[in-house]
Design a protein around this ligand. Structure first.
Ligand code: FES
Length: 142
């Protein structure tokens, strides 16, 4: 699919779901992204409510944590802890694993062990007022 076709399709789909895509779960906001081919798109407007959103993505076992920093840059990490695979949770200015206490920055860097590895990151960009996330290839261990 050409980039222009992708963005036009996202715009059409977004009009139908904007304002109805947020749902509360455990006190965190989950956003229902538009899924086109191997990409997810979230309207930038969703971040007016906070610095991050959680996203359930097709084929992925763990939600994605999509974060906007002070400079307006977006990043996306898996919430699968790289120690033994529990789901990390947003903890204000960082992510915390409830199983053994590992901590990560909001962009996935290790702040505290026992984990030794950063969270898995996905390429993230902004196109036509949407945060666009490139999903991993089918078969990758996510
Ligand atoms: S599984 Fe996350 S710290 Fe052990």
């Amino acid at each position: 699919m050409r980039r222009r076709d992708f963005l036009e399709r996202v715009e059409r789909l977004s009009l139908g779901v904007l304002g109805a895509s947020l749902s509360g779960c455990g006190g965190f906001y989950y956003v229902n992204p538009e899924v086109l081919d191997n990409r997810l798109a979230i309207p930038v407007a969703e971040f007016a409510k906070g610095r991050f959103v959680l996203v359930d993505a097709p084929r992925l076992r763990f939600p994605l944590f999509v974060y906007r920093d002070d400079d307006g840059n977006y990043s996306t990490v898996s919430t699968r802890c790289m120690h033994r695979g529990c789901q990390v949770e947003p903890g204000g200015d960082h992510l915390v694993c409830p199983c053994h206490g590992s901590e990560y920055s909001n962009t996935g860097a290790v702040l505290k062990g026992p984990t030794q590895r950063p969270l898995q990151r996905l390429a993230t960009s902004v196109e036509a007022e949407h945060v666009v996330i490139e999903l991993p290839a089918a078969g990758d261990d996510w």
